[in-house]
Ligand binder design. Structure first.
Ligand code: SF4
Length: 371
């Protein structure tokens, strides 16, 4: 998401942020980590309108970790009754007890209050948070972002829906590790800027109130001008339903090598790797491309091509796509030209294996070893 879109998102949020008991009036103020933890845990699988009263009652009875840690399980369950998923309440109590016990261990984390007394506190690193009972990637991200104002990505159902529509992603993050990584990359992009905490919260609110599951209110959405699904009038297609069928994809991967043994890497504009450098690739007919494909001329001058050779074929799965790819090796008769944009890079052949992280590229490069 570019800076302009993020600015629109922040402006929208400042005007439209609902008053919630766990949200201070000053949207820039860091939150109480304990309140973020409790509210975000209650909000898992439960509507905001239901959680509101539960949260108020809870915070009156258990205003901090110490008070909570002294409570019995029966009492905690009474305050949770009606929210369901009681394992969440049990884990909250377990974590509170653990934090209080850690507080008295001089080797472990705690905070001093105004009088200098040690106080139980939620840790401020993802690793420590995720080691606590019941705190997963999402809750840890919310605590780090909203309470500690760290540039931490979060990904919940609201953000998944928004990203799927915004970038026309026809797969879900639950489908594979690659699929999850694509969603997390978009989530990280959102927090790669000042006010990251506000972007996360604004997207959650947008998903809840505007980019809803049914009938998204695109007319009033601050992301409309950059939303693929809205611009193409296809909001009902995203996110796809869980029962998604595998799709066949036939394509060509280009391994372009200069005379001084550098391989071309490209960034952006690629179907499967939008946020990283990759080998150029494009959809092509089922049989191998003959000669220099027009897509290659996007990156290199046809006059500088010494040879074009089909060096192999491999299969690969990414998200819902079952891919069959031809590898076209293009040798240039001159040195690697100076890149004309930041989207292009020439990588020394000897370093290519380390540079290209995806197994998709590594499979294509393996044929190069045999040439
Ligand atoms: S424009 Fe519509 S579909 Fe796109 S993010 Fe906004 S509400 Fe969702």
């Amino acid at each position: 998401m570019d800076a302009q879109t993020l600015k629109k998102l922040r402006e929208w949020f400042k005007k439209n942020a609902a008053e919630l008991p766990w949200r201070p009036a000053d949207l820039d103020a860091p939150r109480d980590p304990y309140a973020v933890w409790i509210s975000e845990t209650m909000l898992q699988q439960t509507q905001v309108s239901t959680v509101r009263d539960y949260f108020i009652r809870w915070m009156k009875r258990f205003p901090n970790i110490e008070t909570l840690a002294k409570a019995s399980e029966e009492e905690v369950f009474r305050y949770w009754q009606g929210l369901g998923y009681y394992s969440r309440a049990r884990n909250i109590l377990k974590t509170a007890k653990q934090l209080v016990s850690d507080c008295h261990d001089p080797c472990k984390g705690s905070r001093n209050d105004k009088r200098g007394e040690r106080k139980a506190a939620l840790p401020s690193t993802r690793k420590e948070l995720e080691a606590l009972p019941g705190i997963g990637a999402y809750t840890a991200g919310a605590i780090l972002s909203l309470a500690y104002h760290q540039r931490e990505a979060i990904l919940d159902g609201n953000l998944v829906r928004i990203f799927s529509r915004l970038y026309a992603l026809d797969f879900l993050p639950t489908e594979s590790r690659d699929a999850a990584e694509i969603y997390w990359n978009y989530a990280r992009e959102v927090v790669d800027s000042p006010k990251a905490y506000m972007h996360n919260e604004a997207l959650m609110e947008l998903g809840r109130t505007v980019c809803k599951v049914k009938n998204p209110d695109c007319i009033n959405c601050p992301l409309r001008s950059s939303c693929c699904a809205a611009l193409e009038n296809r909001t009902t297609e995203f996110p796809p339903s869980k029962k998604h069928i595998q799709k066949d994809w036939h394509g060509t991967v280009l391994v372009i090598e200069s005379a001084d043994h550098k391989i071309l890497a490209v960034h952006g504009g690629q179907k499967f790797f939008k946020n990283q450098f990759t080998l150029p690739h494009f959809e092509s007919p089922r049989n191998a491309t003959a000669g220099l494909p027009a897509q290659a001329e996007h990156y290199i001058d046809a006059d500088k091509v010494q040879s074009v050779e089909n060096i192999g074929k491999f299969r690969h799965s990414i998200t819902v796509h079952k891919m069959e790819c031809y590898v076209l090796y293009i040798r240039l008769n001159g040195k690697a030209p100076a890149p004309t944009s930041s989207e292009i890079m020439w990588v020394k052949r000897g370093q290519a294996q380390d540079f290209f992280a995806s197994s998709f590229c590594l499979k294509a490069l393996s044929f190069l070893e045999k040439t």
